[in-house]
Ligand binder design. Structure first.
Ligand code: SF4
Length: 400
């Protein structure tokens, strides 16, 4: 029996949220501002990392993430206030706002509330860059607004697709039970590309034993390339303790014989990425990502991937956000690698980044310097060597 979805309107004090400059943020995210118009997501993917947020929503539990959806009814009012305050600041520079890091801003209820559309209207009026990641073809409803932003290089739209049209059949009910089909998402990509809006695809997460197969990856990459998108960001499922408990309880109903296989892959032979979520071992990921990279190369599309496997990247997917985004671990790594074995010191890195990323402020560079001094910026990278010279920390690239 399907559980009915309960929609609850609630007020928010603010809509825009600025991420803290943690090591994880600096290594992983190309944006700092987020705006989540809903809390909870009816698409209900079993591997979703966002259900933890329901611990902070009164009367909700992580188990209800897909069935109890909070709607920030005064979101636009809160946003208007924040935009006014933000733009009054002397050091204001436009930067990307990510619409939906812990929800999908185009889940079906958006057709009724149109909060995402109203946010985009404000962004067009105030020339604020937007980046979106969604599993819904409802995004095409707003092509007019996204196009207006794209004409100023201020929009990038990502669609998350993890299974090809033929390979989704056996797994959709388990892996993506309520999101639109792959065919609909590919069609949305086609329309976005035809409108000249920069796009990227998150083939993330692929799930071991199910969607992480050569056949699925090959077919899907070809289908993506056929839409005209060449930015593919690839990654395998991660599991933190809460996600594992939610995933596991559904796996027990779907294919119980796989529970020990997942347990061993992640918790017996796996590792933790940047001391956070569990992932399969480095060797497993290098083999899987290497295979996916080779397929992308054959097909002639771009490829970048999760974790510190930067040596496998064929392009930087976040280039489509260029001008208003932040560097990530890939750019720190690339700054060292491009020295071809010569040493890079912190000033060299800071100079390189400020040249390419005009939005970086002194506070960002202070945080970066602090992680550099603690020797944390390149952790888990096998091809970067640390050297200490006269008490100064430097790095150089060595072939892996
Ligand atoms: S679509 Fe995204 S936010 Fe929604 S349940 Fe799936 S992974 Fe979570």
């Amino acid at each position: 029996m399907t559980t009915p979805v309960n929609y609850i309107e609630k007020e928010c004090k603010t809509l825009l949220n600025r991420m803290k400059e943690t090591l994880f943020t600096m290594r992983t995210y190309s944006i700092r501002l987020t705006a989540n118009l809903y809390s909870g997501c009816v698409f209900d993917c079993p591997y979703c990392y966002a259900p933890y947020i329901h611990k902070f929503n009164e009367g909700a539990t992580p188990q209800e993430f897909g069935t109890k959806i909070f709607v920030k009814e005064n979101a636009i009012e809160a946003l208007d206030k924040q935009i006014r305050t933000m733009k009054r600041k002397k050091d204001y520079v436009p930067e990307y706002v990510d619409l939906g890091t812990i929800t999908d801003c185009y889940q079906p209820i958006e057709s009724k509330y149109k909060l995402t559309r109203q946010v985009l209207e404000r962004f067009v009026a105030h020339e604020i860059p937007v980046t979106i990641l969604t599993k819904s073809d409802l995004v095409t409803r707003d092509i007019d607004l996204l196009k207006a932003l794209a004409e100023q290089q201020k929009a990038a739209v990502g669609i998350s697709i993890t299974m090809s049209t033929s390979e989704e059949k056996p797994y959709k009910a388990f892996l993506e039970p309520k999101s639109p089909s792959t065919a609909k998402r590919l069609e949305a990509l086609r329309q976005l590309n035809a409108a000249g809006i920069p796009t990227f695809v998150f083939v993330n997460p692929v799930v071991p034993f199910l969607s992480a197969t050569e056949k699925n990856i090959r077919e899907l990459f070809q289908e993506i390339a056929d839409t005209g998108t060449s930015n593919i960001f690839f990654g395998v499922m991660k599991l933190n303790p809460l996600t594992w408990s939610l995933f596991r309880s559904r796996l027990e109903a779907f294919q119980p014989e796989l529970v020990p296989s997942f347990h061993d892959l992640y918790f017996k032979y796996g590792t933790k990425e940047l001391l956070r979520a569990a992932v399969p071992s480095y060797e497993y990921r290098e083999e899987l990502y290497g295979m996916a990279r080779d397929i992308a190369k054959e097909i002639g599309t771009g490829f970048s991937c999760e974790g510190g496997l930067y040596h496998l990247w064929l392009n930087d997917w976040a280039e489509c956000e260029k001008g208003f985004n932040y560097p990530t671990g890939y750019h720190f790594w690339k700054a060292v690698k491009d020295r071809n074995g010569e040493l890079l010191d912190f000033d060299g890195l800071a100079q390189e980044l400020t040249q390419h990323y005009p939005i970086l402020k002194p506070a960002y560079l202070d945080s970066l310097a602090s992680f550099w001094k603690q020797d944390l910026l390149f952790t888990e990278l096998n091809d970067i060597e640390r050297i200490e010279l006269d008490g100064q920390l430097m790095y150089r690239w060595i072939s892996a």
